[in-house]
Design a protein around this ligand. Structure first.
Ligand SMILES: NC(=O)c1ccc[n+]([C@@H]2O[C@H](COP(=O)([O-])OP(=O)(O)OC[C@H]3O[C@@H](n4cnc5c(N)ncnc54)[C@H](OP(=O)(O)O)[C@@H]3O)[C@@H](O)[C@H]2O)c1
Length: 332
């Protein structure tokens, strides 16, 4: 085992420049219930920059210096004292197994490092054989996927026949919301995005609305003959949440994704609105893995950057137009 490793850390809140690649970080020792994972790729999420710049509620109690990143994929290399070989095997996590997962939101340690200690409950094995070029997509699945399940199943409660509007359908979460809404029985799913992403939205099964060339509210009014949609899943929020209240059908629901979304404008108009909360769980991770393997969740990786380019990755992420997932290659 290595005596030191590469890890991204930051010692103050700020811009992407606060993220520093250390080459002499201490190798973690897995505690009770934890597994040691050699990370190959890390998935990036807007939450990462909101923690880095201090704006996330999750940044409030964060002890600095801190690591960064929440979802990843890698290989099991060891385990804490209470997880013997039989226990690991019964969970499908024997040493050498390829795994993916996300740290529980209550665990503030990062994952952008060569080795991490992580709760065995926050991991699932990657089923079947995985080709080298397929590794990155597993790293971007857990957080986006658990969010999409929490949104569609726990919060929006999409029922057969529901009509749905997804804002930001080509983003990391959006690319999973569309197929999951259709699986839940939605009769029609419209998705907003730039015109450049219309074809991708159509491939995912949505009816694209190019917000940079069309008045999406007028489009929804026309398509629903003034009734509006039963459900709005709003991954963007900033310029879309308040106008969306004009296109919700009687008795409908709006689900903005950013955790700090202000729901007051919806409640003032008597419209139901909730922010989804991730519920971790092995059963959900296994379902996501099956969905990827079967081709039902074709979440796209648009860019892979080496670990050392984490600052540039955060800049791209903050730009707000990531298509599918942005991934860091920890080995590069
Ligand atoms: N509540 C939770 O537990 C939870 C969990 C995970 C994520 N989140 C939040 O969910 C949000 C989305 O996350 P993500 O990972 O999907 O982000 P992302 O991958 O960065 O995607 C952003 C998407 O927003 C779209 N977009 C930008 N401007 C838009 C506009 N004016 N109208 C419509 N769409 C627009 C982009 O599409 P174009 O390029 O086509 O514009 C892109 O598809 C973030 O705020 C994140 O913090 C919440």
């Amino acid at each position: 085992m290595m005596d030191a490793m590469r890890e991204i850390r930051f010692d103050r809140f700020g811009g992407p420049e606060v993220l520093v690649l250390h080459t002499d970080a201490e190798v973690p020792v897995p505690g009770p219930g934890e597994v040691l994972v050699e990370v190959d790729h890390v998935g990036l999420n807007p939450l990462d920059y909101k923690i880095r710049d201090g704006s996330s509620g999750r940044a409030q109690d964060l002890a600095l210096p801190a690591g960064t990143g929440r979802e990843m994929a890698g290989v099991v290399r060891g385990a804490g004292p209470d997880l013997d070989e039989a226990e690991l095997a019964s969970r499908g996590l024997a040493p050498g197994t390829r795994v993916f997962g996300m740290r529980d939101l209550g665990d503030s340690r990062g994952v952008a490092a060569e080795l991490i200690a992580i709760s065995a409950d926050d991991l699932a094995p990657i089923p079947g054989e995985t080709a080298e070029e397929d590794l990155p997509r597993w790293a971007g699945l857990a957080l986006a996927g658990l969010t999409a399940i929490a949104t569609v199943e726990d919060t929006a409660r999409i029922a057969p026949g529901s009509t749905v509007l997804v804002h930001g359908g080509s983003g990391g979460v959006g690319q999973l919301l569309i197929p999951m809404a259709l699986e839940a029985g939605a009769s029609r799913v419209w998705a907003t995005g730039r015109a450049a992403n219309a074809e991708r939205l159509r491939e995912l099964g949505a009816l694209p609305i190019a917000y940079d060339g069309t008045d999406w509210r007028a489009e929804i009014h026309r398509a629903t003959e003034g009734r509006g949609v039963d459900v709005v899943l709003d991954t963007h929020y900033h310029s879309t949440f308040v106008p969306s209240l004009d296109v919700v059908a009687e008795g409908g629901i709006v689900v903005p994704l950013p955790s700090l979304a202000d729901l007051t404008p919806a409640h003032e108009r008597g419209i139901e609105a909730h922010v989804p909360r991730i519920r971790p769980g092995r059963d959900r991770l296994d379902r996501l893995a099956q969905g990827v393997r079967s081709g039902r969740y074709p979440l796209e990786v648009s860019q892979i950057l080496p670990l050392a380019e984490i600052g540039r990755a955060h800049e791209l992420l903050e730009h707000g137009h990531t298509r599918g997932k942005l991934i860091l290659d920890v080995r590069a």
